[in-house]
Design a protein around this ligand. Sequence first.
Ligand SMILES: *Cc1c(COP(=O)(O)O)cnc(C)c1O
Length: 409
Amino acid sequence: MRINEHYAKLPASYLFPEIGRRVRSFAAAHPDAKVIRLGIGDVTEPLAPAIVEAMHAAVDEMGTRESFRGYGPEQGYDFLVEAIRANDYKARGIDIAADEIFVSDGSKCDSGNVQEIFAHAAKIAITDPVYPVYVDSNVMAGRTDAAGADGRYPGFTYLVGDEANGFQPEPPSTPVDVVYLCSPNNPTGTVATRDQLTRWVEWAKRTDSVILFDAAYESYISDPSLPHSIYEIPGAKDVALELRSFSKRAGFTGVRCAFMVVPKGVTGLDPEGKRVALNTLWARRHTTKFNGASYIVQKGAAAAYSPAGLAQTNAQIELYMENARLLREGLTAAGFTIFGGVHAPYIWLRTPAGLTSWQFFDRLLETANVVGTPGAGFGPAGEGYFRLSAFNSRANVEEAIARIRKAFG
Ligand SMILES: *Cc1c(COP(=O)(O)O)cnc(C)c1O
């Protein structure tokens, strides 16, 4: 038996295990230190009451013979698909058909799995820095050689996000087949404007490319002029798939529910040059390899769209975004140059002169007992930067800011 040798191309130490190792070793040496974690992008507020209530009721339904349910529709229950269509799309003037929505158990899986429907030879463009799943899933599929000394995989087209472009790179000038975009962005916390997304959609139409648009943080957008969905851009239904998740929108990181929109207008070429709808391929893939998200979970997700669910989850997002505002102000007062944190729960800061992102990680841990995420973990262009997350209690965020100002201000 031979293994998939492409796995050997992945870096030996994944970012978060290495962070965990350093934090454990620090805590062992300093047992009295109260470490505050602003590292991993995970929500901290408990599930909203309207969601808990809906899930309790769904468990009760499952507990009687009359209302018990076994396997559900692989693409998702109608009650959830219709809530998605109405609230996320129709309310913004976008018409998405029910069979263009695929409910799943997470956007991480969707963003990792979607590459299966592209040719092995497909040219992939990714931004740098980037959400690592887009990179690693394509490395595993064998679309690259081993990473070079610069940390880059030959085979990918890298689109560098930097201070000059506000961490929102423009479309590539060399041909690619697929590009992964994430806005509002993890890790940089920046957001794409309507003009920028329009340039992406026009580029994709001109070059016959496909955009994978990860909108996991769309509900954190506060400026009404910014698009929440790529389908707000004319023509996007011919070139873009959109990934959405209840993880950050409704605190579902531990509950698990997401969906991907695959409009029937998005097509690719078969070996004979015939156009095939990606929707057909994804429907086949999804129904073959996935048996549907849990009924209980989908009932909880649908409750996030009820008036009470919306009010309660929006209040959670406001809490996180007020944390982000406090972090932005506190870090600026401490002398840091920062980006993001206005339409996303992440602050992207420039590390102080002379410190790499891992050196700054150690310095922050030692002097302020605060954990963040080194930018280098998100790609070579992340070196020199550092991500802080606004997902925490107000008390912890205020304490973290006070300690950082004391240590660096
Ligand atoms: C958190 C996050 C997701 C959501 O992933 P789930 O698997 O749905 O929890 C997707 N994309 C990005 C960039 C994220 O940060």
